[in-house]
Design a binder for this molecule. Structure first.
Ligand code: 6AU
Length: 533
């Protein structure tokens, strides 16, 4: 997962649909006209933060649909021209791979080149950062960047691979100034090293580089490696969704798909092994970088505030919610809420909550427990009254619908242009719940595959021995063993020491007490001292 800062919406480039017609150029900045960005202030337009009416949802749906159709057609084209092949291939590294990608051939097919450029341009909508120029990574991405520059009217620079020993000896060709912001265009990312090479050269020449777009992410750790160097990566395709699209088009047999997905998982696990782990059991919190900005932010807040406490503010009015948030704010690292039980929820509720989160430095966790198909959760996450993706830092979901749900949430998160982390509900605190060990183990596998978008679990015990995927445990109270409706409570000591969980969620034990601020302070200090002696 990659993220970008929030920002204003700006005009988008016209994009070709799969049928070849030019889709209308939409502008949500002012709601009506579609002025083009000036050369000096080009922006990567982003998602659903602005506007309010249903025309925005229609915009959102048609944009999504257009992109989906474009991706489907391009997947088919890439397969047909042999840019993506399936079989048995020996890679440079010596590994045998069930697929092979060589996008160089695309230059011989003008229609494919146009579709590639159109999809890169569509991808710009996932960002909100400004940029001045684009730069293709030599050589394969050079024609792609050029097509994009022509189609999207974007200025471009070129970074030389070899510097000539005569003439100007320039490393970066084209018009730019010190501090020009550059967006990198790449064809395929594996480890991220080619992009980093170009980033280094551009930065050395005084350009600012924060983002890259790739046509295909092979999902082998490149995205995380780039994030570690301050480069947010967007991809048109990830290899798993390219493979999924081809399967849906009956171009790949299900047996082959499974083999390819297994290969991707194994390759990703191998790249994980090489990455230093940031956590060890029972040594919390640790703030070292984990390649997940949301996780890192949480750990950094926890460390600074000496708090692993999340308060569940299950109240029913904006006034109560804001009151609790302000009272317990100094003692918590996360405030969890159920937006759908707030009777008078408006956009003002989320705005004021965010203000309190900034004032006291805590994260906002919407306990939505998404549990539907991917297409539905995209809308549940970003649209409707609550517009969760516009304000939440953390959300949770049941794993039962399968990976499509995570994919949908990740997609909606990208569109929002905000950093949001996902927790899978891998175990529940309620008596008689239907989750068994096999289900929990599957959640662990799914979460690993979805890291760094998925950052952990709602569970009752440590699940990932490395601690990279952390556990927030609900069902915590000192004065009660449970309620009349099946909730079961354990003590902080039991969950932290015996079960190895990382964060505690306390609801009624705090907001139901006479003095929530005092109760929060007590739970905070107690849980911290259990961990740190
Ligand atoms: O401390 P309580 O019982 O007042 O509140 C516990 C909070 C509630 C539940 O909706 C939530 O934690 N919860 C969850 C979550 C967070 O997903 C899962 C679970 O298994 N049990 C549970 O209580 O807001």
């Amino acid at each position: 997962m990659t993220h970008c800062v929030e920002g204003e919406l700006t005009p988008q480039s016209p994009a070709k649909t799969s049928c070849g017609e030019v889709a209308p150029c939409c502008d949500r900045n002012e709601g009506h006209s579609s002025p083009r960005a000036t050369q000096g202030e080009r922006r990567l337009a982003c998602g659903a933060e602005h506007g309010t009416g249903c025309e925005e949802d229609l915009f959102f749906v048609s944009t999504k649909r257009r992109r989906f159709l474009g991706m489907e057609q391009l997947a088919k084209d890439l397969f047909e021209i042999g840019a993506v092949k399936f079989g048995t291939f020996k890679l440079k590294s010596g590994i045998t791979s069930p697929f092979y990608v060589d996008l160089r051939v695309a230059v011989s097919y003008p229609r494919v080149l146009r579709s590639i450029a159109a999809l890169y341009l569509e991808c710009l909508q996932d960002f909100s950062s400004a940029f001045d120029v684009i730069c293709g990574v030599p050589y394969t991405a050079l024609p792609f960047a050029t097509a994009m520059a022509v189609q999207g009217d974007l200025p471009m620079v070129m970074c030389r691979k070899e510097v000539k020993d005569h003439g100007t000896r320039r490393v970066v060709e084209g018009a730019f100034t010190q501090g020009s912001r550059c967006l990198i265009i790449e064809d395929v990312v594996t480890s991220g090293s080619s992009i980093l090479e170009v980033v280094g050269a551009l930065r050395a020449e005084g350009l600012k580089v924060d983002h890259a777009i790739v046509l295909l992410d092979r999902e082998q750790g490149g995205c995380e490696a780039l994030l570690g160097q301050g480069i947010g990566l967007r991809s048109v395709f990830r290899i798993s969704n390219l493979v999924g699209t081809l399967r849906n088009l009956n171009l790949l047999e299900p047996g082959k798909v499974d083999m390819i997905l297994d290969f991707i998982c194994t390759a990703r696990a191998a790249s994980d092994v090489k990455r230093p782990e940031t956590n060890v059991p029972s040594a919390l919190p640790v703030a070292a970088s984990s390649s997940s900005p949301v996780r890192d932010q949480l750990y950094s807040i926890a460390e600074k505030k000496r708090s692993i406490l999340c308060v569940a503010a299950d109240v029913q009015s904006t006034k109560e919610l804001l009151g609790i948030a302000d009272a317990v704010g100094p003692h918590i690292c996360v405030l969890k809420l159920h937006a759908d039980i707030i009777q008078d929820w408006t956009t003002d509720t989320s705005r004021r909550l965010r203000e309190l989160a900034d004032k006291h430095s805590f994260m906002l966790f919407e306990d939505r427990k998404f549990a539907d198909i991917g297409n539905t959760v995209v809308a549940q996450f970003s649209a409707g009254v609550h517009r969760i993706s516009s304000w939440a830092d953390i959300v949770n979901a049941h794993a039962i619908p399968g990976p499509g749900l995570i994919e949908g949430l990740r997609h909606a998160c990208a569109i929002s242009g905000r950093m949001i982390g996902l927790l899978l509900v891998a175990q529940m605190s309620s008596n008689g719940n239907l989750i068994d060990e096999r289900y929990t183990a599957t959640c662990l596998r799914m979460a690993r595959e979805a890291f760094p978008f998925c950052i952990g679990f709602i569970a009752q015990e440590r699940l990932d021995p490395t601690g990279k995927l952390f556990v927030m445990a609900p069902g915590v109270q000192l004065d009660s063993k449970g309620d009349q409706l099946g909730q079961q409570y354990n003590s902080p000591e039991y969950l932290l020491k015996r079960k190895g969980v990382d964060f505690l969620i306390v609801g009624r034990g705090i907001y139901g007490s006479e003095e929530p601020a005092k109760a929060a302070q007590m739970y905070k200090e107690l849980s911290w001292s259990v961990l740190h002696g």
